[in-house]
Design a binder for this molecule. Structure first.
Ligand code: AMP
Length: 282
């Protein structure tokens, strides 16, 4: 697997690939790879001839007091895992390479960023859209793959691609979970064994909501209350939000319709975890 560290080299490589008629796919990551990331790469590999993974912990998407410095890192392990799932190029730029002196531009998606995680993490989505737009300009992919675990992020990026006429196909991949249901996340590494046990309440509460919806419950606040009660009954948990919303606009809903997004953000100890599911009429 090739490793590229500079923007100019990355752009030249992608130009050459495109000129040679190859389909280029990109999977952006912040590293500390787990099966969720690897699944994105497998899916991307099915849709392209040449697969690029980017590995960059983006300081611009962490707010003050968030875990930028502590974010888990394992470059050697990441490169090995990426090679095993068929990544052709890993793009691994430095912070200075991405944000050189004088940098002062941001990409902002206005509305879908204002709900859910946008409330407690106000700088997060501008950081994400700006870095993803930059990565697109550096790697020039035909397609890019993102996880549905970060449902709002996928929505925001799809909006940006549409609004800015970026000629890139965005593919979403369902959440990959541990055998006991916990959504895989690099941040799970922060959890103590007792917190990890408690963290199972996220998936349990999604399942509870699914059962309530299937049995005919249509009032959003009844489901939100039941989900909140279940989470609050577990030790170490502190709810950031439990929201039932429109899966396209992410605006809160009062009554459930054919398709509804249930999104959760819960602190377990000091670790902020997110999870979601779409409640759909069968
Ligand atoms: P991150 O390294 O956390 O920025 O994530 C990189 C990509 O992997 C994003 O598109 C995430 O949505 C995706 N991802 C993270 N965890 C999972 C998971 N458990 N299942 C599927 N995709 C995931």
């Amino acid at each position: 697997m090739e490793i590229i560290k500079t923007v100019i080299e990355m752009q030249k490589r992608s130009d050459a690939l495109r000129l040679a008629g190859h389909t280029v796919g990109l999977v952006p990551t912040m590293g500390f790879l787990h099966e969720g990331h690897l699944e994105l790469m497998r899916v991307a590999g099915e849709h392209c001839d040449h697969l690029i993974m980017s590995l960059f912990v983006n300081p611009a998407q962490f707010g003050p007091g968030e875990d930028y410095d502590d974010y888990p890192r394992d470059t050697e392990g990441d490169l090995r895992k990426a090679g095993e799932v068929g990544v052709d190029v890993t793009f691994i730029p430095s912070v200075d390479e991405m944000y050189p002196d004088g940098f002062q531009t941001k990409v902002e998606v206005e509305k879908v960023t204002k709900h859910l995680c946008g409330i407690s993490r106000p700088v997060f989505f501008d950081g994400v859209t700006t870095i993803v737009a930059k990565l697109f300009n550096m790697t020039k992919p035909h397609l890019a793959v993102f996880g549905q675990k970060d449902y709002q992020q996928l929505t925001v990026i799809s909006r940006m691609v549409t609004d800015l006429n970026m000629d890139i196909r965005i593919i979403g991949v369902p959440t990959v979970r541990e055998p006991d249901g916990l959504a895989m996340s690099s941040r799970n590494a922060y959890l103590s064994p007792e917190e990890r046990e408690s963290a199972l309440c996220l998936k349990k509460s999604l399942d509870l909501a699914g059962r309530m919806f299937t049995s005919g419950e249509t009032e959003a606040n009844v489901i939100v209350d039941a989900v909140s009660d279940l989470i609050n009954a577990h030790p170490f948990t502190q709810i950031d939000y439990v929201a039932l919303c429109d899966p396209a606009t992410l605006e809160d809903i009062d009554m459930l319709g054919k398709e509804n997004l249930l999104a959760l953000a819960v602190r377990v100890g000091k670790t902020r975890l997110i999870d979601n599911c779409v409640l759909r009429e069968s």
